[in-house]
Design a protein around this ligand. Sequence first.
Ligand code: GAL
Length: 370
Amino acid sequence: MLGINSIKPAPALAVCFGLIFQASLVSGEPYADFNNGAVTNYVKWLDTGGKPINAHDGGIIYANGKYHWYGMALRPLPVANSTNGGQKTVMGVVMYSSSDLYNWTDEGVILACSTNPASPLYGPMRFERPKIIHNPATKKYVMWCHYVGTPGNHGTRIGLGDAGVASCDTVNGQYTFLGYHRPIDTNSIVRDCTLFQDDDGSAYFIYDRDVRVPGPDFGRVLHVVKLTDDYLAATGTFYKITNASAREAPVMLKRNGFYYLITSGETGWKFNRANYYRATNIFGPYTEVGDPCVGPDTGATFDSQGTQAFAIQGKKDAFIFVAERHNTACMTDSSYIFLPVRFPSPDTLELQYFERWDLNHWPAAGASRQ
Ligand code: GAL
């Protein structure tokens, strides 16, 4: 069991002060499944030390025989006794590791906020939607995120909506912040983003490009930007997914020769309907396929917003869709959703909600369940 409490938190302040959730694993039993809870629940997922997993809107990378789950730390709250109605950090990006995907050990902070007001990492700030990939040529782990400098409020000026880049020699070491910038042009504010690494080693920054200057590019549209060979910078080669306007929370995966891009609508932290696109070339064109969610409780992505999809080691076509159930009453009580990605036909995918499930969802070896 991953997560032990499934009470819908009603009194926000009580939740923020941790009065509702149990604080330790039941009898020290290791977890053996994913506990998403009902779509109305915010289930607290705990690490092996009994503390809530604190890695928000991040992702999972497999390295050195273990999965590593990273994200922006929302605890401790930037302001004491605040419900943190937005999402900011005074800690940075944190990481957990696991060999089974159920039990996660705290690896600590991998990219720390600074207490020096002159630092670009001075908190409270945001590393929204951080993503990490490994460059096989340079052997570096490279992180990109939506960087929002202190005070951590989204804005149009440079430093409040940019691409932040960091790198490290080891997956769980201290990442060096390499700076922030705006790919494509300085008028293009960076919003939600992700990274995608293709089979040939090329990598891409996929982001919601927000152009406020009147002209043909005005508006918010998802773009795919090719990265340099070392993954540390954007090249001038990019593709505008013109039919993905007003979409965000991009999640990309590749299966059977198709690039799938799962997105949300733009309603801030409020849940909305997902849709997904499909292409045979990363630079498009992308066909809008529709809502990937099936079964009961669709219409608002099962009350969540996607953050990443990652492949399970040793299983064919087995991906987990990671989403966050943002809790606007108290962001530190947002919960995580893991769902299996299903492929009902050679060129479609779907997401079905399971309150609880485990990796036996896929056969032990061979083709994935269709
Ligand atoms: C959401 C977006 C989040 C965050 C939030 C801020 O729409 O997906 O990543 O930027 O807005 O309001």
